[in-house]
Design a protein around this ligand. Structure first.
Ligand code: NAP
Length: 314
């Protein structure tokens, strides 16, 4: 009888310890969420402290354009890099007129290989670059597809690796040395929530975003003692050309709102969903047991939905 009582007491004690752990860990997450997404809006980090110029890849549209505008609004001159000259010129003149900041545009296609970086490097020589936003990114096909169904797969693989991975490595290689010399710098790498879980039908894109996340976390550890901050931003849905300009709502952010909120988190967290709404959604997704993401039925269901959408569009 005594042994049974001891067991019961041990179970009760264990239950209490688990309950206290859960309350404390979730409470801590809540406090960090409030700090990163609410207090950060009131007490913003001065981004000018990192240096005069910000460089943004994929800056002529979507999230990159909004980052470029918001950085200019916060007092930085901005280098805009992407493919379409006309779009770059429009963003540059808007920034100069509205915020009175200097701009420089560099036309480049990041799907090309290493040889294109010599010209970018020459263009950026001698500039005091305080902030690098590695934003450019692409998905492989218009619709989510199983790996072998990706149209023009051979080219799509190379383009995506070059655009989503090589660009992050090469731009960091170019910009980091002068940051280290000045003992100051901020590198913001745009990953995705798709890099947090395996995302069937988007697996290559999702895997490139895991790379961005791991690279950012490791780079931060390697160079934080040299005054460098590396932040990885992992958004959910933002209304841009990539998401067919989906309507904004409490789940889907506009690019401008997203960039503003995400820049507020600088100095508060080095790994973030970027905004309050996306952090809550990411938290909810984390509560789903991991095996659910691996269920073939979930993938089949998703594929059916995609096929229905494709039929509608025909
Ligand atoms: N939108 C979302 O819901 C979402 C969610 C999670 C993560 N993200 C990530 O956020 C980043 C930006 O996405 P977004 O939605 O803003 O995309 P977007 O609307 O398609 O804009 C992409 C930008 O990159 C430029 N670009 C595209 N391909 C390029 C290339 N090969 N070389 C040079 N520039 C190129 C585009 O301009 P040009 O066409 O003129 O070159 C444009 O300025 C990406 O890394 C994406 O993976 C987006």
């Amino acid at each position: 009888m005594e042994a049974k009582a001891d067991y019961t007491q041990a179970f009760v004690l264990f239950g209490k310890v688990v309950a206290i752990y859960l309350v404390l860990s979730q409470g801590w997450k809540l406090i960090r969420g409030i700090r990163n997404h609410i207090l950060s809006g009131w007490f913003q980090t001065d981004l000018k402290q990192y240096g005069r110029w910000a460089v943004v890849t994929g800056a002529s549209d979507g999230i990159g354009k909004s980052y470029a505008r918001e950085l200019a609004k916060r007092g930085l001159d901005v280098v805009l890099i992407s493919r379409t000259l006309e779009k770059l010129k429009n963003v540059a003149s808007e920034i100069e007129q509205k915020y009175g900041r200097k701009t420089k545009i560099i036309q480049a296609d990041f799907t090309r290989g290493s040889e294109m970086y010599e010209s970018i490097e020459n263009n950026l020589k001698g500039m005091e670059i305080g902030i690098l936003v590695n934003n450019v990114g692409m998905i492989l096909s218009k619709h989510p597809e199983r790996f072998l169904n990706i149209p023009n797969i051979n080219k799509a693989i190379t383009d995506t690796i070059n655009c989503n991975i090589l660009s992050v490595l090469q731009m960091t290689r170019i910009v980091l040395p002068q940051m280290i010399e000045r003992n100051k710098g901020l590198i913001i790498n745009i990953s995705s929530e798709a890099g947090n879980h395996p995302f069937p039908l988007l697996i290559v894109y999702s895997a490139t975003k895991v790379f961005v996340d791991f690279f950012s976390r490791g780079l931060h550890i390697e160079y934080q003692s040299k005054g460098i901050t590396v932040q990885c931003v992992m958004p959910l849905s933002v209304s841009t050309a990539m998401t067919s300009n989906i309507k904004t709502n409490i789940f889907v952010k506009s690019a401008d709102d997203f960039a503003r909120e995400a820049l507020n988190t600088v100095g508060y967290t080095n790994r973030t969903s970027g905004c309050f709404s996306h952090s809550l959604q990411s938290y909810a997704l984390d509560l789903i047991p991991k095996p659910v993401f691996s269920m073939t039925t979930v993938t089949d269901l998703f594929e059916n939905l995609v096929n229905k959408q494709k039929k509608k569009e025909k």
